[in-house]
Write a protein that binds this ligand. Sequence first.
Ligand code: ATP
Length: 266
Amino acid sequence: MTVLHARNLQFGYHDKPVLQDVSFSLPRGKLIGIVGPNGSGKSTLLKLLAGQLPLQQGEVDIHGQALTRFSTKALARQMAFLPQRPVMAEGIRVEQLVQYGRHPHQGWFNQWSAEDAREVARARDIMQLGPIWQRIASSLSGGQAQRAWLGMILAQNTGLILLDEPTSALDIGLQTEVMESIRQITTEDRTVLIVIHDLGMAARYCDELIALDGGRIAAMGPAREVITKALVDRLYNTNVDILAAPDDGAPVIVPRRRNRDAAANL
Ligand SMILES: Nc1ncnc2c1ncn2[C@@H]1O[C@H](COP(=O)(O)OP(=O)(O)OP(=O)(O)O)[C@@H](O)[C@H]1O
């Protein structure tokens, strides 16, 4: 079953074209990664899908309904979006941050329901936020903050989650921790779309990948089939070797040194 369809998207900032002929569908219950070089349009695409930028040409529909026909609140009940650099309100605690995730589900007077409490507790437990529940969110480390944001997104309890570079600026241990959490929140009835730079992590954790190049889709399909030497060399203007990870065969991308032979002859 398909959660989202994007058809023939074109987008430009001040007439500078950024996305062209972008069409794809997101299947239900999958973790899908958007990869591609800097400036290839990944964040722009995510913002368009999240309704944060106006559609200029093309169509997006979610569960068969045009994106443009959703009110902000109705959209937030279908889709949660975490931008690349979310702004943390001063002085709020992790508990309050996660509670914000319930806002789209509340009525006119923001009454707090048993369901709200249940979803917040569930998000806290899945993201293991118990030990930092009362911490001021702006004082958290990068990895803790990312888990707190994911807690908020999870409390929103939507069938579709969009995350823009959720592992950027994290060390390898925290990247793994966050990717494991993202894998965990991708369930039968929840689709997660992430922008991710690390191709090895993308191939290891994502079910499918969409590779963008210059605002166009260069490749799309099962993650481990999309990551090929030919594609990586072409998109990133580099020369890599692709090895197989010893545990599960996932592609490991190793860039070749350019001047090693020259250096050896000195
Ligand atoms: N608000 C904006 N106004 C004008 N141009 C923009 C704006 N945002 C992005 N761009 C340009 O659009 C192009 C695509 O940017 P975008 O951020 O979508 O790429 P990206 O693939 O996410 O890049 P990165 O990997 O570096 O985050 C770039 O050339 C960028 O400079």
